[in-house]
Design a protein around this ligand. Structure first.
Ligand SMILES: [Zn+2]
Length: 292
């Protein structure tokens, strides 16, 4: 099983999933922030990572403090660096409370703290670049929550014209007809905090080429039933879904602080079917001193 490279300054672990860099800090209940430099977005702000201050778009999975607690630092540091207000995408329904938080911070701070809070419902696409979009998908946590699904947007010759000659296609184009169709190529999905239902209900998420999934509990100290009650995933539930987890790369994050890095990797190797374990990496940050 591959391991993340040495931590970047600030403690972020770095992974490469089929040419796409994923770096971040993630410990369940403590702090999560996942940066996707190739897509120029980051997901959640439980902690500030230096590079993520430059991200113009931040996707928030839910408002628990270990995912949103450093929002104001992101906003403030962008102001200090002269960067424009970033867009913070949030699950619909929490936008007013997030605005209220920033309102209080502005009063306390005396600064502008400019931010655009953007509720985006599941299924609706946000275009990040001409060739890249993200769509939220509904997850199942204890508060409003959603995961995010990234797709490359491209064009190819319309299916109806695959047998047409170049002259026919040119004639159609000159006549103002559309000769292309838009295609969406899945790139990566990230769940944020969720019980197993938030994953099981979305076959396209389980089949994404790269999947970042939370697994807070890894062994029998917490049962799968308890994990579901807390709105989290147990490693054994991922093992049970192995046949449907057809992603090429699985990256587990949000592991409970009770598991150190080497223990987490051992449990993943032991408890997932070997074929799935071979495609799986684990992001376990050392935020607290631990025995291993
Ligand atoms: Zn949470």
């Amino acid at each position: 099983m591959a391991q993340g490279r040495e931590p970047r300054p600030g403690g972020a672990l770095v992974f490469e999933l089929d040419g796409l860099e994923v770096s971040g800090v993630s410990v369940g209940g403590v702090a999560s922030c996942v940066d996707l430099p190739g897509l120029k977005v980051c997901v959640d702000l439980g902690v500030i990572l230096d590079r993520t201050v430059a991200r113009d778009v931040v996707l928030i999975t839910h408002a628990h403090a270990d995912h949103l607690g450093s929002l104001v630092q992101h906003v403030a540091q962008r102001g200090l660096r002269g960067l424009p207000a970033a867009t913070y995408v949030v699950p619909p329904g929490i936008e007013e409370d997030v605005e209220a938080l920033l309102h209080v911070w502005r009063r306390l701070d005396g600064g502008e703290l400019a931010a655009k809070i953007h509720p985006l419902p599941p299924g609706e696409a946000l275009r990040l670049r001409p060739d890249l979009q993200v769509r939220p998908f509904a997850t199942a946590h204890r508060v409003p929550s959603q995961g995010y699904f990234f797709e490359r947007v491209g064009k190819r010759l319309a299916d109806s014209l695959t047998d047409a000659s170049r002259e026919e296609i040119r004639a159609l184009r000159e006549a103002g007809e559309t000769v292309h169709q838009v295609v969406h190529e899945p790139l990566l999905a990230i769940t944020g905090d969720t019980s197993i239902d938030g994953l099981r209900n979305h076959p396209e998420v389980m089949a994404a080429p790269r999947l970042i999934v939370e697994a807070t509990f890894l062994d029998s100290r917490v049962t799968a039933e308890s994990a579901a009650r807390f709105g989290h995933i147990h490693l054994d539930e991922l093992a049970a879904l192995a046949d449907q987890l057809t992603c090429r790369h699985l990256l587990i994050n949000h592991v409970s602080a009770r598991h150190g890095p080497s223990e987490a990797r051992r449990l993943v190797a032991e408890r997932l079917p070997a074929e799935l374990a071979a495609r799986t990496q684990v992001m376990v940050s050392r935020i607290r001193p631990s025995a291993d």
